[in-house]
Design a protein around this ligand. Structure first.
Ligand SMILES: *Cc1c(COP(=O)(O)O)cnc(C)c1O
Length: 433
């Protein structure tokens, strides 16, 4: 399969080039040439397959031409070493719990898949070491660091703003050792991102070492997220309730929901999607007006969705050939304030005994307000509430249970390299590695 750039200024590239380069040279995002439909009998029998079997069928449709079957199967099965169960929360509303992976957020799926695929390409070529640079405000750094941990031929540098990530999040990428280095930047998240960008543009540095990025624009990170949409449908079918499925996705950069839209294009019988936003609602505004106006992000309690210029918007536009009408036929939107998010968390906890995290709360609320008669709604619970312990405890007024996996991170010893926010320091650090 070939991959083209959404900006159409670059010729198509192979899967390997798309994964290693991340972003196209014309700054567009890579899209697969075709979106293969899966046969009707697959959807009829889907409730009899395991998560891994379903995921392999989906992976094979995209990557089967480019990766030997047994290798691809190993990558898929090894990526999905945890379940994504569908849990009933209230009448007609189900939570797809995507927080059972190593860092308790949905990003584990894409990060683990990408690490294994990149590892395969490096082994195949006998390439020297590849260095992944990733700037993080929290969740991305932990998912990428844990996904790439121990993968041979890859070294990961996580850049994070000193004093601006929670202790739980910090521990998830500073205690790992091995091929993971945490760099504590005396600056903001934007400074970290600027350092990474400057590094990619610096010719001396790129001649010295092979650099790549592992953020959500990478096809190997966003496409595998389609797996759990199919599995969610399979679980609802098992319950005999899969006739009119609506899926609601708490969205920031829109990588997650785009993977779901790809699933629909492959024939997955989902009636419609809802993109739930916090107050960073440029996509919601686009749906209402047809005009897309990116703007600086604002801080909310659902901070992984604090995105003012969603990078995967380019993919959504491309998928629907820029038709606002076609986009509105498949996707509607919602936007919630911090007060509404907190209210939803309190109510769902009190009335349904289900503890939402602030991101999932946007998803739940959109379904509670917007489901039509006869519809069955699934929202993606994108992270475990304990990842936002302080916020959640303040809202519900009770201590939050911390899963053992998260506690284990807390026991590790923090190791990080302190650096200033000056590119010259970062560059000389990398050159001397
Ligand atoms: C990253 C993240 C999101 C947003 O996902 P996108 O793919 O960027 O839309 C939502 N919730 C949580 C917990 C996240 O970590």
């Amino acid at each position: 399969m070939r991959y083209y750039s959404t900006n159409k200024q670059e010729n198509g590239v192979s899967l390997e080039d798309a994964v290693v380069k991340g972003l196209a040279s014309d700054k567009g995002l890579y899209m697969p040439d075709r979106i293969p439909a899966l046969p009707a009998d697959f959807y009829q029998e889907i409730d009899r397959f395991s998560f891994q079997e379903i995921a392999y069928r989906v992976a094979d449709a995209f990557f089967g031409e480019d990766i030997p079957a047994d290798t691809l199967k190993d990558i898929v099965y090894d990526t999905l070493q945890f379940d994504t169960p569908l849990i009933p929360v209230s009448e007609h509303i189900w939570s797809l719990e995507l927080f059972h992976g190593p860092t308790l957020a949905f990003k584990d799926v894409g990060a683990r898949f990408m690490a294994r695929l990149l590892g395969y390409f490096i082994r195949k070529k006998g390439k020297s070491q590849v260095n992944v640079l990733v700037a993080t405000s929290g969740d991305t750094g932990s998912a990428v660091a844990n996904g790439f941990l121990g993968v041979e031929g890859i070294h990961v540098y996580v850049l994070y703003p000193k004093g601006k990530v929670s202790e739980i999040q910090e521990k998830q990428f500073t205690t790992l050792g091995q091929n993971i280095t945490a760099i504590e930047v005396d600056g903001t998240f934007d400074d970290c991102q600027a350092l990474v960008k400057s590094a990619f543009m610096d010719s001396e540095l790129n001649a010295h070492m092979q650099l790549t990025s592992a953020n959500s624009i990478n096809v190997a990170r966003f496409l595998p997220q389609a797996f759990y949409y199919f599995y969610a449908y399979a679980q609802l079918k098992q319950a005999g309730k899969a006739d009119n499925v609506v899926i609601c996705v708490p969205s920031g950069n829109f990588g997650n929901i785009t993977a779901g839209l790809f699933g629909k294009r492959m024939g997955l019988p989902v009636r419609r999607f809802i993109a739930a936003n916090n107050r960073n609602d440029v996509f919601y505004q686009y749906l209402q007006t047809g005009i897309y106006t990116p703007r600086p992000s604002i801080a909310t309690i659902a901070n992984a969705m604090d995105v003012g210029a969603p990078s995967n918007f380019a993919r959504v536009l491309d998928l629907y050939k820029e038709s606002h009408k076609a986009i509105c036929a498949d996707i509607s939107g919602t936007t919630y304030t911090d007060e509404q998010i907190a209210e939803t968390m309190r109510q769902t906890w009190q009335q349904h005994d289900y503890l939402l995290d602030p991101h999932g709360a946007c998803g739940y609320r959109a379904l509670a307000e917007g489901l039509q008669p006869g519809e069955e709604g699934i929202f993606l619970e994108t992270a475990h509430p304990a990842k936002f312990k302080d916020t959640v405890e303040r809202i519900i007024g009770e201590p939050v249970y911390i899963p053992a996996k998260l506690q284990a991170f807390m026991q590790g010893e923090k190791q990080s390299v302190p650096l200033s926010r000056n590119f010259a320091d970062f560059k000389s650090y990398l050159l001397n590695r």
